[in-house]
Design a protein around this ligand. Structure first.
Ligand code: ATP
Ligand code: MG
Length: 569
């Protein structure tokens, strides 16, 4: 659990504008000096890294100020919501390291109370049943520059509204024929205040309430009341809801509610080289551009998890990017930095050869296998060591050998000596080539038995150190090299009739099926993360690995190769 414990005191984490508001409220005794937040996803898709920002913020504030954070599903639209999403969201929040304890709520749990509140609004003359069509409602609403027009149904008597609303609930009317609207101000400068619809008829089964309801409350009406019912003190949401705040407050001021939470907006997370909108992510899944919500190229929490991103890296990333009141875009390189930073700390080092080239050591005894020792981590001895079998036939990386090397190539070449990591010095004495293609099939070498462990008493220098595996003992493995899903920084920006789907990176996945990994990895647990020396960070795919036969996903390369590409452009 150590890795996933979130403990933060106000002093440990940098201040941000929301903390300042909370600290003022605590100091003045507002809300009984309580802090209660919530994370309110709509179960209509999988969570993405943008949601992680909101999760870290809401649960983080609760942890910092010894408050509580609820998980609440905003499940008011039965046509788009699914149990699969409800389950994945819970699993993702938990995996990120947060705990809602016994505070798991659903807006649908409040349908009865929300209905009663609506009746109360009607009684107070603050809501009416409207029979304009959706199109007419839009037209009557006016525009940013023109005021709206009152609906002809606006001044219905309370009794008639009560009767119609009861009949809406009883299923007497068709969808779209009647809606319940808040009676606010058709001339308001804020379009959200021009008599917004608060209930509509939808004849669809709900994942929790089944067919009990055929009218469903709208988001703006539901959200503030749910917050109030749960005793939320600070209702934190993204900037696009700033213009909805007057409505949030109007509903709460118009009803006898338990408390009036304060809505506070912050800038949502945008990331380069990806899209963060459930609508677009659904399109990636349904169009087959990726292999599902948890495809390791997806910016979803489940995709990042499968890719090998540690939860603590996501939390650190969210902490580092901070909180702003204005929208901006964060460079994907920053997320990758947080991932490398954490993996560098935690990941055991192992050896794997992605594109194998056979090496025969002519002067090594035919059937001998000796065990060498390699440390799992250069800085963390507690990770221990593992045995590395060494024998006459090895594999090295194909690109670590060149027959006619350029000047600065410090790896293996005819006549050159290199070091094999944890093993011996090795000198190339010959090559075997395919007669027809000319391709190098095998490299012949000699080793210096005096250099066991990878160093020589005479102090002679070798410039290159190569990773390797012993051919007979290595495990044949599939390795998937993932790269960014899009080739442009802002794929969501529409340009020249192109959509984000036109900017997919054709090289976002390369599957290598003939890789060899060191035998210690045979029993590697699903989701365990490693550094393949000199190659990058990899994790054991949780879906496709079977015991004794791990499949690896590349999480991230050791260095940022995109920075170079970006500079060249
Ligand atoms: P999307 O735009 O991806 O469809 P959403 O806002 O519709 O997301 P919700 O399920 O309503 O998704 O979001 C739950 C919470 O997560 C909300 O409080 C929302 O403000 C927050 N959230 C969603 N996207 C982001 C983001 N990119 N950055 C920060 N917070 C986000
Ligand atoms: Mg939403």
């Amino acid at each position: 659990m150590a890795e996933d414990t979130i403990n933060a005191s106000p002093e440990q984490t940098p201040p941000n504008f929301i903390k300042l508001i909370i600290e003022e409220d605590l100091a003045s005794g507002k809300n009984g000096s309580r802090v209660a937040t919530r994370f309110p996803p709509e179960p209509n898709g999988y969570l993405h890294i943008g949601h992680a920002k909101s999760i870290c913020l809401n649960f983080g504030l609760a942890a910092t100020y010894r408050g509580t954070c609820n998980l609440r599903f905003d499940d008011t639209n039965p046509t788009k919501e699914e149990v699969e999403y409800v389950d994945s969201i819970q699993s993702d929040v938990r995996w990120l390291g947060f705990d809602w304890e016994d505070r798991l709520y659903y807006a649908s749990d409040y349908f009865d109370r929300l209905y009663d509140f609506a009746v109360e609004l009607i009684r107070r003359g603050k809501a009416y049943v409207c029979e304009l069509s959706a199109e007419e409602i839009r037209r009557y609403r006016g525009t940013l520059t023109e005021p709206g027009t009152d609906s002809p149904y606006r001044d219905r008597p309370v009794a008639e509204n009560l009767d119609l609303f009861t009949r809406m609930r009883a299923g007497e009317f068709e969808p779209g024929s009647h809606v319940l609207r808040a009676k606010i101000d058709m001339r308001s400068g804020n379009l959200n205040m021009r008599d917004p619809v608060i209930y509509r008829i939808i004849k669809a089964s709900h994942h929790r309430t089944g067919d009990r309801w055929c009218i469903y409350p709208m988001y703006d009406y539901t959200h503030c009341l749910s917050d109030s019912i749960e005793g939320i003190t600070h209702s934190i949401c993204t900037l696009e809801f700033e213009d909805h705040r007057p409505l949030y407050d109007w509903v709460l001021d118009s009803l006898p509610v338990p408390c009036h939470p304060q809505q506070i907006e912050f800038a949502r997370l945008n990331l380069t080289y990806t899209v963060l909108s459930k609508r677009k992510l659904i399109q990636l899944v349904t169009s087959g551009a990726v292999k599902g919500w948890d495809d390791p190229r997806m910016p979803t929490i489940s995709g990042l998890r499968r890719r090998g991103v540690p939860p603590v890296a996501i939390r650190n990333f969210c902490e580092r990017i901070g909180l702003a009141k204005r929208d901006s875009t964060v460079d994907m390189a920053l997320l990758e930095y947080a991932v490398r930073d954490e993996l560098n700390r935690e990941a055991p080092r192992v050896m794997a050869v992605l594109r194998p080239l056979r090496v025969v050591i002519d002067n090594y005894p035919q059937d001998q296998v000796e065990m060498l020792t390699g440390a799992y981590h250069p800085e963390d001895e507690s990770l221990g060591t593992r045995d590395l079998p060494f024998s006459r036939v090895l594999y090295i990386e194909r690109e670590d050998f060149m027959e006619e090397p350029p000047k600065k190539f410090f790896r293996l070449a005819p006549g050159r000596e290199v070091r094999l990591r944890y093993a011996y010095y090795l000198t190339c004495v010959g090559v075997v080539k395919d007669e027809t293609t000319g391709e190098v099939r095998e490299v012949h070498c000699t080793y210096d038995p005096e250099t066991r462990g990878g160093w020589s008493k005479d102090g002679r220098k070798v410039k290159g150190t190569l990773h390797w595996v012993s051919a007979a003992q290595a495990l044949k493995s599939e390795v998937r090299l993932y790269d960014r899903l899009f080739t442009v920084e802002n794929p969501a920006m529409e340009r020249e009739g192109k959509t984000f789907l036109d900017h997919l990176n054709p090289d976002s996945l390369e599957v290598l099926t003939d890789c060899r990994v060191e035998p210690s990895l045979a029993q590697a647990a699903p989701e365990s993360r490693y550094q393949f020396e000199r190659l990058g960070y990899f994790c054991v795919d949780a879906r496709d690995s079977i015991p004794g036969k791990p499949v690896f996903n590349r999480t991230v390369t050791l260095r940022d190769s995109w920075a170079k590409i970006a500079r060249r452009r």
